[in-house]
Design a protein around this ligand. Structure first.
Ligand code: TRP
Length: 446
């Protein structure tokens, strides 16, 4: 039994805080740019609606019903109570691996907050070199920022769900909303805003191939924090009488809105400076700082606001990646929260160091295996292997191994029956099929 529950609004903010992160503000705009805008956005919205939201609701159902850690949840909810379902708990370690390199990237962003205060790069070469040097040469600086981010995350989760995670989200999420609203208003006053709207909402189907479809599906998965046990774990603290469908829809809407708004802001800025929209991962780290520096003191203020917003969004996601492991250790091994934090914290902090060293000129070669460095391996293993497997497992579990009557009752307490029927068809047939295709494609089989 959990004594330490979220309030309903606390849950929504915390789940939205987990969902809204680097995935929305950094990744979504750059892949939208790479795939040419409008058509990709449309495909992404469909993937969110039919696949992302369906699994999101599935994770909330499992968590809210079982009120336990991921491993135990699967066992108690299965028709046969088969103990082997505890192995589904493997997915919670994914969060620790993602957190290791997510913390490193958040560290880069924090560094850019400081760069924005002092001196932004003024020409393209310097802008690119600033970023490349940070990653390949400035190992100590990266360790410094990774340590600050890790310590912040550890400090927050030590205080628990209610006094740590809920409180931080209650502060940072509104703050993030305010900064983005301010940036959006500024973007609207610029001439290129209409161009950005056109780019994002008028579909150019020529750029869409199966890679774009799969990228959209993968992004829907990542941005909703699915397949890691995060949403399940947070939902274990969602009050039993809260309408879980409504809460899920709300979180998905907040998450999608923020991605679209971030896209509009970033593309307006890029077009205003006649910069390319297809610069890839360097979009936020190389293209934007250059544009901001051209705007003088106003640019500096915008840069500080923008990178701070990214840090806030990232911190609320980071704390959600470690919580599934903490809950597991606390419940399964009767550990104190403090001990669980020390263990999980040491794991992700050290893995983060390995990740950042693996990109440096000095240590990279010895931390590269089969052509991929450790950082890329961690990204690959999580987003291409463990997360899709978890997605298939969750949908097959609910579709075939949980009593349909139980699910039916849960849903119809809050929503009309047809909504349950649609969800059930999606989770039984559509979701597993879509993810299996994604999975095989990522492995290079098809
Ligand atoms: N959703 C976050 C983002 O878009 C990332 C994230 C947070 C995440 N928690 C997660 C991704 C758990 C996968 C699993 O940046």
């Amino acid at each position: 039994m959990k004594i330490n529950k979220f309030s309903r609004i606390g849950f929504i903010l915390a789940a939205a805080g987990s969902a809204v992160g680097l995935g929305n503000i950094w990744k979504f705009p750059y892949i939208t740019g790479e795939y040419g805008g409008g058509a990709f956005v449309l495909v992404y919205l469909l993937a969110m609606l039919f696949i992302g939201l369906t699994i999101f609701i599935a994770e909330v159902v499992i968590g809210q019903t079982s009120e336990a850690n991921v491993a135990t949840s699967f066992v108690t909810m299965s028709k046969t109570k088969n103990k082997n379902w505890k192995f589904a708990g493997f997915m919670l370690f994914t969060g620790l691996i993602i957190l290791s390199f997510y913390s490193v990237v958040l560290g880069w962003i924090l560094n850019y907050v400081f760069i924005s205060f002092s001196a932004l790069p003024t020409d393209p070469e310097v802008a690119a070199a600033t970023f490349t040097n940070l990653i390949t040469k400035e190992t100590n600086l990266q360790i410094f920022f990774h340590t600050i981010i890790s310590a912040t995350v550890i400090f927050i989760v030590l205080k628990g769900i209610k006094d740590g995670i809920e409180k931080v989200n209650l502060i940072l999420m509104p703050l993030l909303g305010l900064i983005l609203a301010g940036l959006l208003i500024y973007a609207i006053t610029l001439d290129s805003f209409s161009e950005a709207v056109e780019f994002m909402f008028i579909a150019d189907w020529s750029k869409i191939d199966e890679n774009a479809l799969l990228a959209a599906l993968g992004q829907a998965f990542f941005t909703l924090s699915l397949g890691v046990g995060t949403i399940m774990t947070y939902s274990a603290s969602l009050p039993k009488n809260a309408n879980f469908v409504k809460s899920s829809v709300l979180v998905a809407i907040i998450d999608t809105t923020i991605a679209i708004v971030a896209g509009l802001i970033i593309f307006t800025f890029l077009f205003e400076a006649d910069a390319k929209s297809s610069a890839g991962p360097g979009l936020v780290f190389i293209s934007l700082p250059l544009i901001f520096s051209g705007w003088g003191i106003l640019g500096q203020v915008i840069a500080v606001a923008f990178f701070s917003a990214l840090v806030f969004a990232g911190i609320t996601s980071a704390v959600s990646m470690i919580e599934p492991s903490l809950m597991f250790f606390i419940e399964r091994f009767n550990m104190t929260r403090k001990k669980a934090v020390v263990i999980c914290g040491s794991v992700f902090y050290s893995l983060g160091i390995v990740a950042l060293l693996s990109m440096s000129e000095a240590y990279g070669p010895s931390l590269t295996f089969f052509g991929k460095n450790a950082f890329d391996w961690m990204d690959y293993i999580t987003s291409s292997i463990t997360m899709p497997i978890a997605g298939i497992l969750i949908s097959v579990f609910l579709g075939y191994y949980v009593d349909k009557q139980l699910l039916h009752e849960k849903f119809t307490r809050f929503v009309p029956e047809f909504i349950f029927n649609i969800w059930y068809i999606l989770i039984r047939y559509v979701v597993p099929l879509a993810i299996i295709v994604l999975f095989l494609n990522k492995l290079g089989v098809i």
